[in-house]
Design a protein around this ligand. Structure first.
Ligand SMILES: CCCCC/C=C\CCCC/C=C/C(=O)SCCNC(=O)CCNC(=O)[C@H](O)C(C)(C)COP(=O)(O)OP(=O)(O)OC[C@H]1O[C@@H](n2cnc3c(N)ncnc32)[C@H](O)[C@@H]1OP(=O)(O)O
Length: 287
């Protein structure tokens, strides 16, 4: 983050926290594929992804998540908990249909919206946590690891499985993973495309706690936010943003190249073939 960005972030934060210390605001859901519910007492917003069956991250869902994050920030919420309306899938990651035989204009819009959603979530000044109430592969894992804290239900899986699909997780996916896991564990898991069970994820630190129900997971996320009760919100947010600034700045600087690399990679005939085979294998499972 350069000096100008830092000053602008500081100004936003001062505006937010300067005069509103004791007020609680109600957030409204902006999208059709998400809902946002705010606990009026705690001021914590629960952002629920609701694109069933698997919360595949298509352009519209990403837009809704992005708009919700902006609204939660703007409405001075005290925390953001990301969760899913499904009882078995947090998010299946990027909707592969967006990348398979794509319309090129939509493909660009899709990737740019993913970049912007990540910048907004990873760099959010509001405390963030994920209540991971189902499987969370690839892009689902990216969303969860972009948050500051993770609580997961047992018997699900989470990880960046891209190498198993014949694709490469972009640098910022890897940076987000490395912000959570020890570097050695992250490199092994990334190259293997490893999906961790909830129990394994807890052991390596990919998630912070397990919970027996979604309600308990949300409660534990709220308890995490309560650990900031005696901190100054402005200092907290600036510390988080400075801690993450290298990763954020890198994507800001390389956004156009990252988009070009994505378009080039996805349009390779061998990648298209691989995506087609993978989609068929997913569909065959349900027959
Ligand atoms: C060097 C430069 C590099 C530049 C960048 C290059 C490349 C780009 C990299 C992009 C990074 C990619 C990130 C991703 O997120 S890719 C997506 C990865 N996701 C997965 O592999 C998950 C696949 N899904 C599953 O494993 C399972 O669906 C499940 C999440 C475990 C849930 O299982 P279950 O409840 O049994 O549901 P079903 O498998 O029956 O699925 C229901 C229907 O949903 C369809 N489905 C599932 N996942 C996806 C998906 N990700 N995209 C699109 N569609 C999906 C599935 O086919 C079923 O459809 P049907 O009802 O029509 O049969």
């Amino acid at each position: 983050m350069n000096r100008a960005m830092m000053m602008s972030a500081a100004k936003n934060l001062l505006t937010r926290y300067g005069s509103t210390k004791n007020n609680i605001y109600r957030c409204m859901s902006t999208g059709k594929l998400t809902t946002v519910d705010v606990n009026e007492k705690s001021g914590v917003a629960v952002l629920t992804m609701n694109r069933l069956p698997v919360n595949g991250l298509n352009l519209e869902l990403l837009r809704d998540i992005r708009n919700d994050i902006d609204e939660i920030e703007g409405n001075k919420c005290r925390g953001l908990i990301l969760t899913s309306a499904s009882s078995s899938v947090f998010s299946a990651g990027l909707d592969i249909m967006e990348m398979y035989k794509p319309n090129q204009d939509r493909l660009k819009e899709f990737w740019t919206t993913l970049q912007d959603t990540w910048l907004a979530l990873y760099g959010s000044s509001v405390p963030t946590a994920a209540a991971i109430n189902g499987h969370s592969p690839a892009g689902g894992c990216l969303l969860a690891t972009s948050c500051e804290y993770r609580v997961m239900l047992p018997k699900f899986t989470i990880g960046l499985n891209e190498t198993k699909l014949g694709i490469v997780a972009p640098k910022w996916f890897m940076a987000t993973f490395c912000n959570v896991l020890p570097r050695r564990v992250a490199e092994m898991a990334l190259t293997q495309g490893k999906m961790f069970s909830s129990e394994e994820a807890l052991k390596v630190g990919l998630v912070d706690e397990l919970a027996q129900s979604k309600e308990e997971a949300i409660e534990k996320c709220q308890q995490f936010f309560a650990t900031f009760a005696k901190t100054n919100p402005f200092a907290r947010a600036m510390t988080k943003q400075q801690f993450r600034s290298k990763d954020l700045q890198q994507l800001e600087d390389e956004k156009a190249q990252d988009l070009e690399a994505f378009l080039f990679f996805v349009n390779q005939p061998s990648v298209q073939k691989g995506l087609g085979i993978y989609l068929d294998s997913l569909k065959a499972k349900t027959k």
